[in-house]
Ligand binder design. Sequence first.
Ligand SMILES: Cc1ncc(COP(=O)(O)O)c(C=O)c1O
Length: 409
Amino acid sequence: MISAQFFTTVNFKIFLDTLKLLTFKLPYLRFGQEVDRLEIELKQYLNAEHSQIYSFYNWRSALYHWLTNLPNLTDLTNWTNEVLVSGYTCVSVINTIIQAWYKPVYVDIDESLNMQIEDAEKKVSNNTKAIIVQHTFWNPANMQAWTEFAEKHNLVLIEDCAHALWAEIGWKKVGTFGDMAIFSTWRDKVISSVTWWFLLINNPDLKVDKPKLIPVSRKLALQNLNYNIIAYLAWKMYDIKIWKVLMYIANKFKLIPPILTPNEKACRFDNFFYQLPNSLAYLARRQLRQVDKINVHRVQIANQYKEKLAWKYEFPKEESFAKNIYFGFPIFFDNEENLKKKVIEAKKHWVYLGTYWTGQNIVPVGSNLENCLYQNWNCPKAEDLAKRVLILANHFQFDKVDKIVDLLK
Ligand SMILES: Cc1ncc(COP(=O)(O)O)c(C=O)c1O
């Protein structure tokens, strides 16, 4: 039994689609029309027909491409230009900013897990060029307030929609408010094509050159497809307890692609300027057709957690302005020790509570904070909440709410 986000999208349908690709459609692996079709469908889905859209192998490459193409930069060699960024984020966001020669300026969060506007007001300066507004797990950020903030300080507004594909604010899809947005269909995200991210440019005045991308190797394309097969089998074998062995072998022998390279955990940038392979675009299009069903499931599970855990745990404060898709279900423990005890206790019952976003405010634990130019106490709330938050699963495969609730009592 598992309660981690990382098996998000390995369902039987994807397993079959991937097998079909591997057996009958190998020529499909690298090139073809699927990417163009997917980009058009996504724009339609987001009601963003007039925006430009570019696909990338990962989020890092999308942000790097854009940051290094930003007009009116002063000096791109000494970190003079600054980017405001959430104090609770993933190391790959930060290493991209640094390697593009920008300085990350960390903005503290509040109980919604999103950035506090008051802290951003304190930290913005004449060197600030852009702000990345991350919609974190439960809640979309307040885009009306952030749009006003960006206008007031003349900043480019980037939405990080890695967790929020399909969430809405006042019937407008998240990702269509900022000058640009980066979305994800990575393997633990809202829908999955194993990897893939896209950059949506909403502001027609922001001229961004078409990225020069190289085709992925056949090996990497295959590694990505293998992930769906191996993760599905691991999921099925969870109860006979050998899933970890399977995942270990898959990682050890590089049958599947790594999440973060050791280089990236040390806050260095690995270049992934790859084209999205046709095969992954094919999978994403198949998933796109299921997205509403997937999100209804998430909401149902989230409601069950709310009902059954509210007497004991606090959740992020819920914003009234948004239609949330409940990507992940964060709960707050009263202290770090109790959280750690629960995670250990759960393991004894073979329940794996995912802790990727727990322990330190630049995730995952072990990311080099010094190289990320993060100074302790810069974002006290983010540091505190990161130690006490656990993100429970509510993905499409997940239906064992009662087991998790029993454990958490
Ligand atoms: C909120 C958020 N932004 C950005 C990223 C970075 O994405 P990538 O690892 O593909 O570069 C992640 C990774 O999970 C994320 O959760």
